[in-house]
Design a protein around this ligand. Structure first.
Ligand code: FAD
Length: 346
């Protein structure tokens, strides 16, 4: 079901900088909606390096990326942001009254009085295999993530890829699926050694079939349902695997995509901002974090945090003209509570 909601600020991107922007806005009494293409918050920290330690966050001598995101989420929580995950903001337009209208890939409409673009390197999405007719099968019999293992009970599954996700899901689905074939273009996998050892045990007993070194070549089926998957070896041998489901696990990539159509001044795929205010070339739209460009921009989380503070203060001044904002320390002010309103417009 599609939604229509409104808030003071719509934040595009739930990476570390977008999350800190929720806190900064909240401290100034501004309520936020946060939208992200990924199913989880955290941007690059969650998608690319959750277990890696970060050493240059002020006050944290060492913090794992996932733990930093958990802290940022907790810091933003008192301001009850609404998260709209697994959807990309496709259009961003100005409304006659001076606000903005955002439409997501799920058809949800958001209205906001100001917008902060915290889009990092762009919307994350799966790396898709270059197969003819792929779109017809996506979401029906081709999936880039497994939400519920039970959905695959009794299915003939082909898993493509050679990293941790491919190996983990082969192990996890083997005892519910009718069959599991793994297709990998190299003869070595890049996965945790203990999981790999387990995969080889299953392969030697025939419970999982390893097709290596092979890659995907074609899909056959109808009405979105796969029936056969063509695979080709490095020597050019072609085989067909009977299958109900294809799970390609080739990682994620990020692309600015829709942002390029929003009428903002760009510099080499980055949004040009005034670093003093974080304002873009369109009044009322701000940008922070890795997505922005200005002279001497440092692509670091801590720089993005400071930009988020600048953006929030500028937005406050815009939305409350003539109302002086005296800088108050959080130690003096504590965590203010926001007025209760559900923000739904229909
Ligand atoms: P991101 O983290 O990229 O998040 C942006 C989010 O916006 C994404 O989730 C994306 O899906 C979403 N998005 C984009 N467009 C849309 C759209 N149209 N609709 C909906 N959602 C959208 N930095 C440090 O400071 N210290 C380090 O030690 C460090 N180590 C790193 C190690 C690695 C391996 C990597 C890859 C990066 C590292 N970085 C480090 C960089 C740091 O992760 C980035 O600077 C930081 O993630 C930028 O945060 P962000 O919120 O601006 O963007």
């Amino acid at each position: 079901m599609t939604q229509r909601v409104s808030s003071d600020v719509a934040i595009i991107g739930a990476g570390p900088v977008g999350l800190f922007a929720v806190f900064q806005c909240g401290m100034l009494g501004l309520r936020c909606d946060v939208i992200d293409s990924l199913e989880a918050i955290g941007g690059q920290c969650t998608a690319l390096y959750p277990e890696k330690p970060i050493y240059d966050i002020p006050g944290f001598p060492r913090v794992e990326a996932a733990a930093l995101i958990a802290q940022l989420e907790a810091q933003a929580a008192p301001f009850t942001p609404r998260y709209h995950l697994a959807q990309t903001v496709e259009s961003l337009t100005q409304e006659p009254g001076g606000g903005f209208r955002l439409e997501t890939s799920r058809g949800n409409i958001l209205h906001a009085r100001a917008v902060i673009v915290a889009a990092g390197g762009g919307a994350f999405g799966p790396v898709r295999p270059p197969l003819e007719g792929l779109a017809e099968f996506e979401g029906r019999s081709v999936f880039y993530m497994v939400k519920r293992r039970q959905d695959f009970t009794g299915k003939r599954i082909v898993i493509a890829g050679g990293g941790d996700s491919a190996v983990d899901w082969a192990l996890s689905l083997e005892n519910v699926a009718k069959s599991v074939n793994v297709v990998h273009r190299r003869d070595k996998f890049r996965a945790a050694p203990e999981n790999l050892a387990q995969l080889h045990v299953l392969a030697s007993s025939g419970r999982v079939v390893l097709n290596i070194p092979y890659q995907l070549q074609s899909l056959e089926g109808k009405d979105g349902q796969i029936e056969k998957i063509g695979i080709i070896s490095t020597e050019g041998n072609i085989q067909y695997l009977e299958a109900d489901i294809l799970l390609p696990f080739f990682g994620l990539n990020a692309a600015p995509g829709p942002i390029l159509q929003w009428g903002l001044s760009m510099e080499k795929n980055r949004i040009a901002i005034n670093p003093v205010t974080a304002e873009t070339s369109v009044s009322g739209i701000y940008a922070v974090g890795d997505i922005v460009s200005y002279e001497h921009k440092l692509k670091l989380i801590l720089t993005g945090f400071a930009e988020a503070a600048q953006a929030a203060h500028t937005i406050y001044a815009r939305l409350n003209p003539g109302q002086a904002l005296h800088t108050e320390y959080s130690t003096t002010r504590g965590i203010p509570s926001l007025p209760v309103k559900d923000g739904k417009v229909s």
